[in-house]
Design a protein around this ligand. Structure first.
Ligand code: NAG
Ligand code: NAG
Length: 173
């Protein structure tokens, strides 16, 4: 085997090693699942169990139309989001939003490590994708009023309906 072949072979072995989780202890009593363990301990435990594929998947955010059960399971997707106007059904109620996010969450929890997804929502005008939600002017419009008192209730109103729909990340810029 030439030196290039040898190098490629070593590289292949290296990649193979990287893609196998270092920590193969049973998952049932894993420290990362125990809320009583300190955060740092849980993070270290989880990281030591993740394969390279799982780490990559966790760093990826997928638009909801592409986030099929198969995609979430196969790629260990860490986050799903709704771009502007990307709704579960036309005129979707808060219940429809909750059901959709719960379905994504159930799929994520059924993967090997059961890491929950983060759901992102485009909410620049309040939770403007939910039917009948209160619509706010764009942030720049609120900004030029120079009234902090207007903006604080805005951000509170914004966060509450989103949390009711189990949406965990809100884009408001
Ligand atoms: C995501 O979904 C959109 C709309 O159905 C489609 O046009 C696009 O090709 C999909 N992207 C991928 C990577 O599957
Ligand atoms: C939307 O809001 C209006 C006014 O509050 C209410 O009459 C109507 O029933 C709401 N529609 C839905 C689908 O929630």
């Amino acid at each position: 085997m030439g030196s290039l072949g040898y190098l490629l072979c070593k590289l292949g072995l290296l990649l193979l090693c990287c893609s196998v989780a270092a920590n193969n202890e049973p998952l049932a009593n894993a420290k990362y699942k125990d809320p009583k363990e300190p955060l740092e301990v849980r993070i270290k435990d989880l990281m030591s169990r993740m394969t390279l594929e799982e780490k990559i998947g966790q760093m990826v955010q997928v638009e909801r139309v592409n986030a099929t059960t198969q995609v979430i399971k196969h790629y260990f997707i860490g986050s799903v989001f709704s771009g502007g106007g990307s709704v579960p059904t036309p005129n979707a109620s808060p219940e429809a939003w909750v059901n959709m996010v719960n379905d994504f969450q159930k799929t994520a929890l059924s993967t090997r490590l059961g890491i929950p997804i983060i759901y992102g929502i485009d909410a620049v005008h309040g939770h403007n994708n939910a039917y009948n939600a209160t619509i706010f002017p764009h942030n720049i419009g609120l900004g030029v009023t120079r009234q902090v008192l207007i903006q604080n209730p805005h951000s509170k109103c914004l966060v509450r309906p989103d949390r009711l729909c189990f949406l965990t990340v809100v884009f408001t810029c």
